[in-house]
Design a protein around this ligand. Structure first.
Ligand code: GDP
Ligand code: MG
Length: 177
């Protein structure tokens, strides 16, 4: 019996959110399958991925939803958020505008999402140090202001990816159970 086949104690839905091309799909594929793609395939890809995680003695199955590129048209619908207990809110540290749009995404999350949703703010592409447009301190400050967890990641170099998702799932567990 593999770990993946065991019966889980809890099933949590979480969503990936943020501007187009910030690396949402690659963060999820890195976490769920340890895969990374150099090219962006916004309309292909799965609707969601599952990952089993142990928190204490409980087995949690996380169902993490990814967009199929609707964020490009700001056309994410209510069903995407429905039932979600957590969100990974992602910007790209090399594009300031994606950081500035975080406030809009937060607004949307708070409008459509569960009121006690656990949110982790993620500054992705930390490997691209030479094209950085958002300081780590800016990310931290925003997270503090909005009461979010914060982490910089690189889906490409597999830095902090697992940590970001585990933090999200632990936070969901703490607020839900
Ligand atoms: P999405 O639209 O938010 O789902 O973004 P994608 O996951 O499709 O990624 C958009 C582009 O950024 C792709 O070309 C990826 O290869 C690239 N990318 C994603 N994550 C990283 C990263 O951590 N570092 C670098 N250098 N590129 C990344
Ligand atoms: Mg995508």
């Amino acid at each position: 019996n593999s770990f993946e086949d065991q019966e889980c104690d809890y099933l949590f839905k979480a969503v990936m959110i943020g501007d187009s091309a910030v690396g949402k799909s690659n963060l999820l594929s890195r976490f769920a399958k340890d895969e990374f793609r150099l090219d962006s395939k916004p309309t292909i890809g799965v609707e969601f991925a599952y990952k089993n995680i142990k928190v204490g003695d409980k087995l949690i199955k996380a169902q993490i939803w990814d967009t199929a590129g609707q964020e490009r048209f700001r056309a994410i619908t209510g069903s995407y958020y429905r039932g979600a207990l957590g969100a990974l809110l992602v910007y790209d540290i090399t594009r300031r505008v994606t950081f500035e749009n975080i406030k809009k995404w937060l607004h949307e999350l708070r409008e459509y999402g569960n009121s006690c949703m656990a949110i982790v703010l993620v500054g992705n592409k930390s490997d691209l140090t030479h094209s950085r447009e958002v300081n780590e301190e800016d990310g931290k400050a925003l997270a503090e202001l909005e009461d979010l967890y914060f982490m910089e990641t690189s889906a490409m170099e597999n830095i902090n990816v697992e940590d970001a998702f585990l933090q999200l799932i632990r936070k969901i567990y703490e607020t839900t159970i």
